[in-house]
Design a protein around this ligand. Structure first.
Ligand SMILES: [Ca+2]
Ligand SMILES: [Ca+2]
Ligand SMILES: [Ca+2]
Length: 238
């Protein structure tokens, strides 16, 4: 019995008890840390999932990434400044509409490693837009980073383009619909063009802008923007 009493009063026994309490504390801390890390990982995987599935950042791993895509359906124009999304009816449906002197802009994100950025959209010349001595010249100006890269002239409800040749920027515009009522005022013909802008070696976000030089209100005439799509290309897997 003496030995057992010695055991209970032995200092080394007390150390064991201390160690047990200390160990329990460390395990508790470890569990708490694991909880935080686990939550962090879930947050991160959630972020990655959001990024991968969002329109703003689809990585296909084949060297091409979509950075923005807008058909303005449901009024979605998140990130656009100026202009207004309207349902102009007919074949036009919802699109970004500009009244006289109005402009709309969007900052196109450029992922690191981008070799080429491609911005495509439909430009709509709605209703009574003119290019005449009598009724004036109704233009739409496309600008990148404040520099005009294309000027569209509505003419007899068709469209012509004045495209300055700028180093590193290529603009192609093809009239897809001329002189046909697409929407807006059905009594007035409309026209549409597919515009594609390619920018070589962009290093910073590109500020896209479309400005209306129309001289009458939206009830009479309008410039419209639809099916905006911006993508970036780089080395495969970027
Ligand atoms: Ca649309
Ligand atoms: Ca006009
Ligand atoms: Ca029309």
């Amino acid at each position: 019995m003496t030995g057992q009493i010695t055991f209970w009063t032995d200092e080394s026994g007390a150390v064991t008890v201390d160690w047990t309490v200390l160990t329990a504390g460390v395990v508790g801390l470890g569990l708490a840390t694991a909880g935080v890390v686990s939550t962090g990982l879930q947050d991160l995987s959630g972020d990655v999932n959001t990024q991968l599935s969002s329109n703003s950042w689809n990585m296909f791993g084949n060297g091409r990434s979509s950075v923005a895509s807008f058909d303005f359906s449901g009024g979605n124009a998140l990130g656009w400044l100026g202009g207004r999304v309207m349902d102009m009816g007919g074949e036009l449906g919802e699109l970004m509409v500009l009244g006289p002197g109005e402009g709309t802009g969007y900052l196109v994100d450029i992922p690191e490693g981008t070799d080429q950025a491609v911005i495509g959209f439909d430009l709509i010349a709605g209703d009574s837009l003119d290019n005449s001595a009598q009724w004036g010249t109704d233009t739409a100006t496309v600008m990148l980073n404040g520099v005009p890269v294309a000027v569209a002239l509505a003419s007899g409800n068709s469209m012509t383009f004045d495209i300055p040749q700028l180093d590193g920027t290529t603009v192609e515009a093809t009239v897809s619909v001329a002189e046909r009522p697409l929407g807006g005022n059905g009594g007035w013909n409309d026209s549409a063009a597919e515009v594609t802008i390619t920018v070589d070696q962009p290093t910073e976000p590109i500020q896209f802008e479309l400005l209306s030089g129309a001289n009458q209100g939206i009830g009479d005439e309008f410039w419209g923007l639809d099916n905006f799509d911006a993508s970036a290309t780089g080395s495969p897997g970027f």
